[in-house]
Each structure stands twice: as C-alpha cells, then as structure tokens.
Design a protein around this ligand. Structure first.
Ligand code: ATP
Ligand code: MG
Length: 425
C-alpha cells in the first residue's frame, strides 16, 4: 500500500482558513512601508552558497548547520535556499548598481529556509519581512528603523513588544572585546557546556546568547562589550538613544545582545514578546557598515532588520485582533432551465460592478445550495429561479442578518450590495 505523502517537517501549508490573517498582515505591512517611502525588491529564493558564506560568516549557526545546500546536478555549482534576505538584497543592489545615484530604502518579504529543530515559532520554511537602508551612515537611520517598527506594532494593535538595544562597536572594538571574553571564558572552562566549548574559538560572542539556564550566571558576569567601544561608537549609540527618547520609545540596553550573524556593527536591536515562550524575538536587526564591501561592492554604510511573520501572526491570534469581514458579496443559487443561463449573466453583471460573487456550480436543491451559500461566508444569497429569470429580476437574502428576502432589479441589487460593502452591514 502506498503511504500518503506529507509536507516536509517544519514546512507548513497555509490553508485558506488561515489566509485571512496573512493577507490582513500583508496589507497593513505594505501600507506601512509605503508610508515611510520604502520600495519593494524581489530576489530569487536560490543563490550561490558562497554569497551566504561571505555575508553571514562561515562560523555562524546559519552557515555551519542551518542551510539547505546542494550541488546543481548539471554543473556542480553549490547552491543554497536563502536562510535570510539581507545577503540577497545587498547582492542585487551591487549587481544592478542601485547605489550609484542615491541611497536606497528597500524592503522584501517571503519564505526563508533554515534546517532547525521545528518547534512552536521555529520552522524550516518561515517568512520574513525585511527592511534595508543602504548608503546611510548616520544614527538617524538606525532610529528611523526602530521608530517605524514601533509604529507597525501600533498599526497591528500589538502593544506589548519590548525593545532591547546594544552597540557592537566597530571591528576593532569587537576584536579587543573578543580577546577579553575568550580569556574570561577560558578561566571558567569547567562551566562551559559542549556548545560553548565548540564556539569558544570560532564565535565566542555567540556564547552570550546561550539559552542554557546553567550558563546564565556565567554569561551575565562576562566582561561587557560597552567597555571596548571607542568615542565614535559611543557618540553614535547616544544619538540613536536620544532620538528614541524624543519619540517616547522605551528600550532596555542588553549588553548580551550580540546577534547571530557576523555582519553587524554599531547598533543592534531586537523586539521581544513575553507571550511566545522561548521563541519570543519577533524582529531583529542592526547596522552592517562593512557588508556591502564584504560582498564585493563599493564600500557603503547600511542598516536593516527583519521580522518573523509566523511569530507576529501568533501574537495577533493571542491578541484576538479582529479579522476583516469576508470579501464575498454574494453567492448565487440557481435552479431551473431558464434560471441557470440567466444566473451566469447576473454573475457577470455583478462582477463588472466590482462585486465579489460565487456562482453555484454543480447540481443541488435550493436547500443544499443555500447551505453552501451560508458556509461560503458571503454577505448575501442571490436567489435565481425561473420566476426571477422570466421577470429579469433577482432575489437577495442577507445571510448575516435576519431580514426578509427582497426581489428587485439587477440595478437595485447592485446598489444594495455596494452600499452593504461600503457600510459593512
Ligand atoms: P532565533 O534566535 O530565534 O533563532 P535569529 O537570530 O536566528 O532568531 P534572525 O536571523 O535575526 O533570527 O531573523 C529575524 C527574525 O526571523 C527572528 O527574530 C524571528 O522572528 C524570525 N525567525 C528566525 N528564524 C526563524 C525560524 N526558524 N522560524 C520562524 N521564525 C524565525
Ligand atoms: Mg536562529
């Protein structure tokens, strides 16, 4: 017997009954990004593996163990499904010379792929909306990113997301800090778990990110990167903070916030919710002034961030945010030799008037068809029998309110359905 084929673990179908939330989210997000003057960019889902190695870093979790990579069967080229969006975005900007004339405010959205252990809020195919500002060096852009995300939470109706902030300084500061941190960790070798021992000489800053409860005290007592920042980094960080204060954005400085990707410098931030369990970070990002050059472009400063769509949708569910009404205006039920061809014409006229219409397909008594109409979520049933066809009328019955069925002309019907759409009854 054939076993049934299932979707790959950690890769989810988004079913029609869930899609309303997604589309609601996407439409709020699109309006929000447009309001801030960001323009969308769409890049391929597949890229050369070397792009991610160069951008994200060879010794990061993502590149070491989370990428879906394979050799192209035809020419052996090493390819990877994108695990994040910044590398591709920057590649495209360099390839098409987009920074030639002016800096760029860009956004992207779509699926990302990471081979992680699937759990609530952590999937192998998940979705991000990302924002990148390329060619901007000053703290005002770091602040714009944070202020605009706070505005998105407001637009979505999600009040309880907390901001954590840190500065990583420049490469030299991180090198100084790295040496101090490795010294401290070596002095406490017996307290490191296996993962930390493995990272000690590859990516020691990441040890501060540990989720292991047994290592929290050690991580908390570790030397602080802040002590290695030079004056320029401190001034930049202070400017970001004063802009946040001016816009009443509350934040907490988290000296252990180092982010998993190698390309960050200066400001890094995360928006965290306490309602999602272990997977509480819904949005994260920061400045990456050296990345463009690292990928082969002319040096230019930049910063950006990405949010996890599944985690934000989970917050919308928890907040029980209201969903928009069904977009369907009417479901046409019809029966009879005259009625059916007439119903097709009516459906066409109503759609031409901008209404969203389902025309019943397949056989079925009026009773069965009315059940389908009800289940469709449409606002009205439009009933067409031979009598309506002979008199060139339609009958409308509200499916959401108890009201009499009314028989009227097509034009009257269109007016009624349109005014319902406008006033939402
Ligand atoms: P985490 O610490 O949760 O693994 P990360 O640092 O790997 O996150 P980023 O690369 O910064 O995450 O991605 C930005 C956002 O994308 C995260 O804050 C999160 O909301 C979301 N995200 C990342 N990985 C996943 C995943 N496997 N499943 C669902 N969402 C994810
Ligand atoms: Mg991760």
């Amino acid at each position: 017997m054939n076993s049934t084929i299932q979707a790959i673990r950690g890769m989810n179908d988004i079913l029609p009954e869930q899609i309303q939330r997604w589309q609601q989210f996407e439409s709020v997000v699109r309006d929000w990004l447009t309001a801030y003057g960001y323009r969308e960019i769409r890049t391929p889902i597949l890229e050369q593996t070397s792009l991610f190695k160069r951008a994200i870093g060879e010794v990061t979790d993502i590149v070491e163990k989370e990428m879906y990579s394979f050799a192209d069967a035809l020419n052996g080229e090493q390819l990877s499904l994108r695990p994040e969006g910044t590398a591709s975005c920057v590649r495209a900007v360099i390839q098409h010379n987009l920074l030639y004339q002016s800096p760029q405010r860009l956004w992207y959205a779509g699926p990302m792929f990471r081979h992680e252990r699937p759990q609530k809020g952590r999937y192998r195919q998940f979705h991000q909306v990302g924002v990148e500002s390329l060619g901007y060096a000053d703290a005002d852009m770091d602040a714009e990113h944070i202020v605009m995300t706070a505005d998105l939470w407001r637009r979505l109706g999600l009040p309880d997301i907390d901001l954590e902030l840190n500065s990583l300084g420049d490469g030299a500061a991180r090198a100084r800090y790295r040496a101090r941190l490795v010294g401290y960790l070596e002095d406490n070798l017996d307290q490191l778990d296996e993962e930390a021992k493995r990272r000690l000489h590859t990516n020691p800053l990441r040890i501060l990110d540990t989720k292991n409860p047994a290592m929290q005290a050690l991580a908390d007592a570790a030397p602080k990167l802040a002590d290695d920042l030079d004056d320029a980094a401190l001034a930049h960080f202070e400017s970001v903070q004063s802009l946040l204060r001016a816009h009443q954005i509350r934040y907490r400085i988290n000296p252990r916030l180092v982010r998993g990707l190698d390309y960050y410098n200066y400001t890094v931030f995360e928006w965290v919710s306490d309602q999602l369990g272990a997977q509480g970070t819904v949005c994260a990002g920061g400045r990456y002034d050296t990345l463009i050059e690292q990928i082969g472009g002319k040096p230019a400063p930049a910063c950006g961030y990405a949010m996890g769509v599944e985690r934000l949708l989970a917050l919308l569910e928890i907040a029980d945010a209201p969903l928009p009404a069904s977009p369907l205006d009417a479901y046409i039920v019809h029966r009879g030799d005259l009625a059916t061809p007439y119903a097709w014409q009516v459906a066409h006229t109503l759609r031409l008037a901008g209404l969203n219409i389902i025309l019943h397909c397949g056989d079925g008594s009026f009773k069965t068809q009315m059940k389908r109409a009800d289940a469709s979520g449409a606002a009205f049933a439009c009933i067409i029998g031979d009598e309506e066809a002979a008199m060139n009328t339609i009958s409308l019955k509200s499916l959401r309110m108890s009201a009499e069925q009314t028989q009227c002309t097509r034009e009257q019907g269109i007016a009624l359905l349109q005014s319902r759409k406008q006033h939402g009854f």
